[in-house]
Design a protein around this ligand. Sequence first.
Ligand code: ADP
Length: 644
Amino acid sequence: MFHKILIANRGEIACRVIDTCRRLGVATVAVFSDADRDSRHVAMADQAVHLGGPAPADSYLRGDAIIAAALATGAQAIHPGYGFLSENPDFVDVVEAAGLVFIGPSARAIRAMGLKDAAKALMEQAGVPVVPGYHGDNQDAAYLADQAARIGYPALIKAVAGGGGKGMRRVDDPKDFVDALDSARSEARNAFGNPAVLIEKYVLQPRHIEVQVFGDGHRAVHLFERDCSLQRRHQKVIEEAPAPGMTAEMRRTMGAAATRAAEAIGYKGAGTIEFIVDGSDGLRPDRFWFMEMNTRLQVEHPVTEAITGVDLVEWQLRVASGEPLPAKQEDLTITGHAFEARLYAEDVPAGFLPATGRLAHLRFPEGARIETGVRQGDRVSPWYDPMIAKIVTHGATRAIALRALESALVDTEVAGSVTNLDFLIALTRHQGFRAGEVDTGLIGRDLDALVAAAAPDPRARALAVIGLAGLADPSPKGGATLWQPLRRTIAWEGGEAVLEVLGPGVARVTLEDTLHEVRWQSDRWWVDGDLRRNRIVGHDAGISVFGGRPVHLSPLDPLARETGPAGGGALTLSPMPGLVKSVHVTAGQAVSAGDRLAVLEAMKMEHALTAARDGVVAEVLARPGDQVEAGAPLIRLQDDEAAA
Ligand code: ADP
């Protein structure tokens, strides 16, 4: 076994590799870009080497700098993770030329599988079923159109250098072929510098089922299948193992084909053979076809680990250091069922746009395996993949594992960036998914309903208002603090509500013309008579309500308050937590822009709060001696059309 390795990656996969290295007593060297100086993988490693600027080309793709770092720190081997340099055969060559070990397959094996057309030809020779189609050299448009007609519509145009669903077009009607070909080619040229395409039969009701293989350069075994059919635009969202509805016969046939594929190229290390399966008539051994091989560890490898008990990174290290395959095929068995959900910083209603932000609050549930590269307070930067974590659950049956996933997601708390958490929760409740009726079109067909199910819940928002008003106990136990009768307006970024506290533990929140009754009773929150399982959490970016579809309210930005559209200059907010020293106006009094309204004492200094515009004081919401939070409204002016 190695005594020290370098991990040429970042984020959750770098942390994942370090975890196993620690357990095996292998020292680790991390590498990092300017954007990752304070990141979790750097903090976890025994040593860390700076590579350069935040752009991947200036850091994680700099093979020369990475090899220099390995040599300088005395690392014996390089683990590439996934993405970046993991499937770059030229990098493997230079790593080996430098006298280091690449923890992964040979450059030759990566090259053999690098282009989809050559890989398909190779697999055909090895007797592995491939999708009917054309994967030859002739790239003439008329010729390709003929091939599509011969294979039959719907057809799929795929970039031979493709990845991540880029350069792929489904064509249903022959008259659309040429346009689709043009757009696939130009996307492929831009993304991969290679416009060549192949044509495939588009499999109806397709399921994506892939087989994990592992080789030592001579022999290979398979570690069963993963079902990755839950996809959005060809990107995996939730993965599981084993595949629902898999029969022993089909598993044996697929496993044997995958092992044959790996042995055909003398494969060493962890790899995945991806198959497309026609699921229109259940799973049948004559209805699966090779799509491509990924010559690296996959993002979704933890579901395989969960059902087999194998640590795939340990196997990678052992085989790369010269040990034979750690197990024989007959030693490998499946125990239970596992799911993995990919939690992303992304704006689902805006069309799944990647999001960024500082994770003001981050808490993961007990009882699930969490793979993450971030901690509370870390930033999701615009430079890299916005994945926050992978949440993995395992159970004796599929139903148990899926319920465990649902509750793990409900118990996950992220604030400071929008996430796809609600969307993932909605998926775990989807009837078809629950029944195991998965295919790659499931999300697309039910997208509107899935996104709508993730819309904010007004009752959870009413609880958030209680939190913003400082009426929820911030301790982990939660609950209501002592409530005095009061009536005030609570405002936040993008909205406001009227709060009336009627007595201890009873309040009314009027939100968008709807009145909600909130109670703290028997140590639980109740809204409109319903028992809530929510948790109200305060953090430095505002208030979040978790335990269901999450709700976040950010206090108004005090610096933007004078011009911000939300307040229209009508509200004067406390710019920071502090003590109200004095109030200089009363309700009904006319004020001019710049007049002193109140004085706040904070951070040992006095701050005069002035009127943002001319107007008449409608409400004085604070009294001298009040302790107020950042964003608390202090003075409210009457609405004034002239001031808008
Ligand atoms: P990429 O390398 O760009 O990810 P893949 O070849 O792995 O492309 O295909 C990605 C996804 O596209 C698959 O998981 C599947 O959902 C869909 N797909 C690929 N080939 C076909 C096909 N022949 N018929 C139907 N769907 C397909």
